[in-house]
Design a protein around this ligand. Structure first.
Ligand code: 9MJ
Length: 685
């Protein structure tokens, strides 16, 4: 084989592996092997520069920064989409389509509506020759050098039967994980973080220096075509997308076809539920009449096709005004500034408050009282103020000043050097902290006191009926029934729920105490370490006290010796038990009859200290079952591979995690190995 042939062979291999890795998410070879192919190609090209071609995989980044972007006139205009904001509007669209086509049921292609930047790619003889933004639909910007750096965009199409000239259209997006990492980097380097993934994608693609774009985590998903010359394409949109996939372009795997309005509504509902678990932001779904013949008969209006519609999700970002900024005191005394907002419908609910996180965040975002702000509510997360619309700031807008004293109890506020949060030092003297502590104590994963909701806790504290968590157990039906909005039946139920809650477990009890940074996992570790298992005829009452006494007397060193407990948490535990009022409350709780069973003798934990990563599909059990069984043997199960991973367990179709394991030299186990490992551990051998 001569050099030219070897170079071409290498390019073909690298293109194929790029496709496996970036488009299919399913690499065949480890990264190290890929790197070797790439290095060999680079070396040969350096020795024989006359062999370099623009579509060589080595040529993604190379050119000098641009002075400005050139213009691109779209030979076939890049249209936008009409929107439907309700099922009714969607039904209207479907009715219009059916009437014009004079058919009963329409077959639609259904796609997620990606929230990024629309891009057109031009391939000539299968080689990427131009990338352009949508611009105003007629004229866009030439971003060829930048799109070339995006690895999911092939520089050359696969296969042979593509048209001589083919324009592919799609959306360039920044996946959420990459967006968060990029923003962390931006902040660490003193740059302004991006407001959302779409802005980050647009900003990254419109960089004059392609080297910057190359470092940004961008991906392109294709959803259609524009210009086609000299070539045959299928007569259905869904089949064209399948063809794009064959040519090595990335098409989102959730793209499908549905029948009629019912099918559209089902797809919309499914995608809305999945929205928060997708790796990128979507702002709706798109329905397109699948038959190209029918598309043609429907035609266009102004700048949008009559054969497509975007069914938008409720907006996750909206504009509203900050009426005031209050400071809330949390269970651990943490002060959180909260913006009181003019009510606004966002993310499917009416929002009146949004968190501002802490003082530094308010400074960074420069939020004033009276400002117009963008509020975001995504999924079930707490709404937050994203940014301020500065040019709408009213003259009388007031900057926020963090109070010097706790707004609830008047105690001093402390802000530990290097920490973002300021805290009220009042502890349980502070009514706000007390209320939060009681709410936490009663919550489902703690003492699980049914019927003791947040509002009732606040009422009980305000009425001075309950001062600390132990007082809950002195309540009686008559007192409760005397409260506003409380019937006798509810009062009786609550007293019964309080009685029931007395039979708990040590780990729940320790979690319920609300010791700083003691979550359920730490509480379980403490219960394992301090719970009595050998009762030696001890009474239950004595045993329960013994458990607590042992924990209360534990030294910093003894606590740090427990797996998963570090110096900070150990410090919080010691400090908690040093305070007499905490010991008194616990004593009162035990007097009230709170009890738990003896600690079970911990099962052998032969995999203690090991960390596994599961990837691919297992055939004999689900990944969740495998995870639970590994954890029961003391192992940790992590989501990503690092040098500390003990082994990666690879099922069928294992992807990039397997490649990463091989790159880092982490051992890889098969499903059979896993079964052996579990069986040995479970039999205690
Ligand atoms: C997005 N943004 O995901 C279209 N889009 O089709 C999808 N956009 C589109 N299709 C014709 N999936 C014009 C725009």
């Amino acid at each position: 084989m001569n050099v030219k042939q070897r170079v071409e062979k290498l390019r073909e291999q690298i293109r194929y592996h790029n496709y496996r890795y970036y488009v299919l998410d399913s690499p065949e070879i480890p990264d190290a092997e890929y790197d070797r192919l790439m290095r060999e190609l680079q070396t040969l090209e350096a020795e024989h520069p006359e062999l370099i071609t623009p579509d060589s995989p080595t040529q993604r980044v190379g050119a000098q920064p641009l002075e400005g972007f050139g213009e691109v006139r779209h030979e076939v205009p890049m249209l936008s989409l009409d929107n439907a904001f309700s099922d009714e509007e969607l039904a209207e669209f479907d009715r219009r389509v059916r009437e014009r086509l004079e058919i009963d049921t329409v077959e639609y292609a259904a796609e997620p509506k990606l929230d990024g930047l629309a891009i057109s790619l031009l391939y000539e003889d299968g080689v990427l020759v131009r990338g352009a933004t949508r611009g105003d639909g007629t004229t866009g910007e030439d971003v060829t050098l930048n799109v070339r750096t995006i690895e999911s965009i092939p520089l050359r199409l696969m296969g042979k039967d593509y048209p001589k000239r083919l324009e592919v259209r799609g959306e360039v997006v920044m996946p959420l994980k990459g967006f968060r990492e990029l923003n962390k980097r931006q902040q660490a380097e003193g740059h302004k973080p991006f407001v959302n993934p779409r802005n980050a994608a647009a900003g990254s693609l419109r960089q004059l220096d392609p080297k910057v774009t190359a470092q940004r985590p961008l991906e392109m998903y294709c959803y259609g075509i524009g210009l086609v010359e000299k070539g045959e394409l299928p007569d259905r949109h869904s089949a064209i997308l399948a063809r794009l996939r064959d040519w090595g372009l990335r098409v989102y795997k959730g793209v499908t076809t549905v029948r009629g309005l019912d099918g559209c509504i089902r797809y919309y509902n499914t995608m809305e539920k999945r929205r928060d678990s997708l790796p990128f932001d979507i702002d709706g779904v798109v329905f397109k009449v699948d038959s190209l013949d029918e598309q043609q008969r429907l035609g266009y209006v102004a700048r949008a096709p009559r054969w497509a519609i975007a069914r938008k999700f409720p907006a996750q970002e909206e504009l509203t005004r900050v009426l005031d900024i209050d400071v809330q005191v949390g269970r651990t005394g943490a002060l959180t500034p909260v913006a009181r907002l003019e009510p606004v419908f966002v993310g499917g609910v009416t929002v009146t408050n949004a968190t501002l996180h802490n003082e530094d965040e308010i400074r960074r975002k420069d939020v004033h009282i009276g400002d117009w702000v963008i509020v975001r509510r995504a999924g079930d997360v707490i709404p937050e103020v994203v940014s301020v619309v500065k040019d709408r700031r009213p003259k009388d807008a007031k900057p926020f000043v963090m109070p010097k004293k706790c707004p609830v109890c008047g105690s001093d506020i402390e802000r530990v050097e290097g920490e973002a949060v300021a805290r009220c030092t009042g502890g349980l003297y502070c009514e706000a902290q007390r209320k939060e502590a009681i709410k936490h104590f009663a919550s489902r994963r703690a003492m699980d006191i049914e019927g003791l909701g947040d509002k009732l806790v606040e009422q009980l504290v305000d009425e001075k009926l309950v001062n600390d968590v132990a007082d809950l157990y002195s309540l009686d039906v008559d007192t409760l029934a005397g409260l506003e909005r409380m019937g006798r039946k509810s009062a009786e139920n609550l007293i019964k729920a309080l009685e029931d809650s007395k039979h708990t477990t040590l780990e729940r009890f320790l979690f319920a105490l609300g010791i700083r940074e003691v979550g359920e996992v730490t509480a379980r570790a403490l219960a394992r370490a301090f719970g009595t298992s050998d009762t030696k005829g001890m009474s239950d009452k004595k045993r329960v006290r013994t458990d607590i006494d042992r924990l209360a007397k534990a030294t910093q060193e003894a606590l740090e010796a427990i797996p998963d407990i570090g110096p900070v948490v150990a410090g919080h535990i010691v400090k908690f038990f040093k305070q007499k009022h905490n010991r008194d409350v616990i004593s009162k709780l035990l007097d009230a009859g709170i009890t738990w069973p003896p600690q079970e003798v911990a099962a052998a934990q032969p995999l203690q200290g090991k960390t596994y990563v599961l990837t691919g599909t297992l055939s004999s059990m689900t990944r969740n079952d495998a995870k639970a069984r590994l954890q029961a043997l003391g192992a940790k199960v992590a989501g990503s591979v690092s040098a500390k991973t003990s082994a990666v367990i690879a099922g069928e179709k294992a992807g990039s995690k397997l490649a990463k394991a091989e790159k880092l030299g982490v051992p890889v186990l098969s499903e059979d190995d896993l079964i052996k490992l579990l069986e040995q551990g479970e039999q205690g051998t």
